[in-house]
Ligand binder design. Structure first.
Ligand code: IPE
Ligand code: IPE
Ligand code: MG
Length: 244
């Protein structure tokens, strides 16, 4: 297990806090290609990505970002070969278990977005324990999206509302019934591996998100890539439909 320090020798860019995104979404992509390029089986790529995840969390803390979501397993990823699915379930469980102490010591509040149905019970239990352990932390909120799908999140919200007797539904109603309504809408989505698509990630909350892609496979990334992306975001002009 690679040990990552909260502070590295990579220089942290100085960005005015009002120019920082309040919530960043990361689509960690390219593990399979990374492994294939090296002549390994795909799961080696997932293993190599663990350190990058921890490094990105450390980098986000250094920057002063208050919330970050990581897309770890989509509702569509169940259609991968059983061996890979089993590996990813076991691996998610192991990462949460082994990293929760260090994340706790950094002041990370762990939360989860996803559907309970179909998710391995042992993964669900591990997440619940980590959430309980870190619930009072305030440095940064880290949202692990496991068995997450943006369309199903909206469907689940609507069904909640219907079950509670709602007849007409507003935008606010749906926002309040998402998996983690306390998290602000996502300001920036970053996808690695050069792909430029959302793949069903945070659909509702990214209505006005900026998008950036990193032309590197996830296991090759470091917090420096996060820093570059946040610097470029801080220079953008966001309009929200206004003239300027
Ligand atoms: C991202 O890497 C990790 C998950 C989706 C779980 P991939 O496994 O999608 O890697 P590529 O895109 O096939 O290279
Ligand atoms: C998106 O990556 C899901 C995660 C990163 C967990 P995929 O690799 O599954 O997405 P597609 O299939 O290329 O769109
Ligand atoms: Mg992929």
């Amino acid at each position: 297990m690679k040990n990552i320090c909260l502070h590295s020798d990579i220089k942290v860019p100085e960005i005015n806090s009002y120019r920082l995104p309040s919530h960043v979404g990361i689509i960690m992509d390219g593990n399979g290609r990374w492994a294939k390029n090296k002549g390994f089986i795909r799961t080696e790529g997932h293993k190599a990505g663990e350190g990058v995840l921890i490094d990105f969390i450390a980098g986000a803390i250094e920057l002063g970002i208050k919330a970050i979501s990581f897309y770890a397993f989509s509702t569509e990823n169940w259609s991968r070969p059983k061996t890979e699915v089993n590996f990813l379930m076991r691996f998610s469980r192991k990462i949460i278990h082994q990293r929760r102490d260090i994340l706790n010591s950094w002041g990370v509040k762990i939360v989860w977005s996803g559907r309970k149905q179909k998710l391995w019970k042992s993964v669900y239990n591990e997440i619940q324990e980590a959430m309980e352990m870190t619930k009072n932390n305030q440095t940064i909120l880290v949202n692990f999206c496991i068995n997450y799908g943006g369309q199903l999140e909206i469907v689940d919200a609507v069904n909640n509302l219907i079950n509670n007797g709602k007849k007409t539904i507003t935008v606010k109603d749906i926002s309040k019934n998402l998996y983690n309504p306390q998290i602000r809408p996502v300001d920036l989505i970053i996808r690695t591996s050069g792909e430029k698509r959302f793949s069903n990630f945070l659909l509702w909350d990214s209505a006005y998100a900026e998008f950036d892609y990193i032309n590197k496979l996830w296991p090759d990334c470091t917090r420096q890539d996060l820093f570059s992306s946040i610097v470029s975001y801080s220079q953008r002009s966001r309009r929200f439909g206004r003239e300027k």
